[in-house]
Design a protein around this ligand. Structure first.
Ligand code: EPU
Length: 430
């Protein structure tokens, strides 16, 4: 059993470097399946979801060779479709990108139904609608999704009923080699959509409009290998920006694209926190106040749902009453039960939380209920004088590259502690 243990209440000061973006790396790794050649992917974050993705690709017959800690060479020449091990696929939402990638490469796909964080119902009906529009038949049976395009993939126009990151990327993957031009309307506009398009274009695809709500994919017959570097992770960056604010510190966060952080920066400034943009860095400085604000999460360029738990914890320590609305998922407030154990004053009603600021948290043993909620618990611990212990940290390790080491380097008293499985840890927490 592993826990993160934090003795908080110290302002963080110094520089933190951000790693490559998880939600760009995963579709790009799966996208390598489309390329019957060698691809070199750089700036990969060292996180469990990347390790899991590489295991899945190896099990499918692809050659996977780490060149260094953040660079991998993948050759998918001998990949076999329909062979992704179900026990691995079930552990990660992003395994659904194999559907689009297998369909694009082999004209059929057979992949276990994806897992992932639990935010209520997370259907894939829009992915299915997209595959059907491209001429495929889709069956979901026995825990697997089977997609077959008997007469090959045909380009088509697809209008998504909801803005979906995964659906947009999956249709892009499936349509890259379709005959004709596919147009996706009401597409998601996240930076990782642009990153996947840039990667595929570096391999010879013809995708335009990524980053807008209309994406055009002109089918090509063949893709070739390339060397491609993943963009920095805006959610990891945002998490460390909040770490500066919540610890009353001053952090320079490097290897970022400040444009991607605009909605996060705007909210910090509204609270009274100073944010200064550089070319590829932001500096965040606490200036004596954390004012209450209202926040609603939305698809990009709105405030990201993947920063909502971190925002929820920060608002707990702002002066006054804040209102936090979740605009993407039905059930992403479960983490408040954990911060309530630290004294937070929050009322949740459906997709809205009303948060009355308190002066300080009291230390407790708390749980990472999912990935971003786990990062939010780390923020709570950093802000709290005394010993906070976080359980179920496997969620955090799925998506944060060396969070403990990075925070320790800027002054946090934080460590990962391993307890024997059958011993209940002796905690000094209240
Ligand atoms: N939706 C549908 N039907 C679909 C697809 C989505 O109704 O076919 C709904 C979802 O239920 C949700 C909304 O549309 O209410 C948006 O879902 P989306 O498809 O955009 O999310 P996703 O692709 O499943 C990715 C990230 C999430 C991130 C969301 C939103 C990956 C692997 N996951 O999920 O990341 O929250 O986009 O930006 O890229 C995380 O990193 O912690 C994380 C959860």
């Amino acid at each position: 059993m592993e826990r993160i243990v934090i003795n908080g209440g110290r302002p963080l000061n110094g520089e933190i470097e951000v790693s490559g973006m998880k939600n760009a790396a995963l579709p790009i790794l799966m996208g390598c399946l489309l390329v019957e050649d060698k691809c070199i992917i750089e700036n990969l974050p060292e996180i469990d979801d990347v390790t899991l993705s590489l295991k899945i690709l190896s099990a499918m017959g692809m050659s996977v060779r780490m060149i260094n800690r953040n660079t991998v060479e993948i050759d998918s020449t001998f990949a076999v479709g329909g062979t992704a091990p179900i026990d691995l696929v079930r552990k990660m939402r992003a395994s659904y990108y194999l559907l689009g990638a297998e369909l694009g490469r082999f004209g059929r796909a057979y992949v276990g139904y994806p897992g992932g964080c639990d935010f209520g119902v997370r259907p894939i009906d829009q992915h299915i609608k997209g595959f059907e529009a491209l001429g495929a038949e889709v069956n979901v049976e026995g825990g697997y999704v089977e997609v077959i395009a008997k007469d090959g993939i045909r380009a088509n126009n697809i209008f998504f009923d909801v803005i979906t990151v995964g659906g947009t990327m999956n249709v892009m993957l499936a349509a890259v080699k379709a005959e004709g031009t596919t147009i996706i309307e009401n597409a998601a506009r996240e930076p990782h959509i642009v990153d996947l398009a840039n990667f595929l274009n570096s391999c010879g695809a013809k995708i335009s409009g990524a980053g807008t709500d209309t994406i055009k994919i002109k089918g090509v017959t063949e893709l070739h290998g390339c060397t491609y570097a993943i963009i920095p992770d805006m959610i990891e960056a945002g998490t460390y920006m909040f770490a500066a604010a919540i610890t009353k510190g001053n952090l320079k966060i490097t290897n970022v694209i400040p444009k991607h952080l605009e909605s996060i920066t705007a909210k910090l400034e509204e609270m009274g926190v100073e944010v200064e943009d550089g070319d590829d860095c932001v500096t965040v400085k606490y200036c004596g106040t954390l004012n209450r604000i209202n926040v609603k999460t939305m698809p990009y360029p709105g405030f990201p749902t993947d920063m909502q738990p971190q925002m929820g914890v920060l608002l707990c320590l702002c002066s006054g009453v804040s209102c936090l609305s979740e605009g993407v998922y039905d059930n992403r407030f479960r983490y408040f039960e954990e911060v309530k154990r630290m004294g937070a004053n929050v009322k949740v009603d459906g997709r809205t939380a009303v948060i009355e600021g308190i002066e300080k948290f009291s230390p407790a043993v708390i749980k990472a209920v999912d990935l971003r909620a786990g990062a939010a618990m780390v923020l709570a611990g950093l802000a709290t004088v005394g010993r906070t212990e976080i359980e179920e940290i496997r969620h955090i390790e799925r998506g944060y590259d060396d969070i403990v080491g990075k925070l320790r380097a800027v002054g946090a008293d934080i460590e990962k502690v391993t307890y024997p499985d059958d011993t209940e840890p002796v905690s000094k927490a209240n």
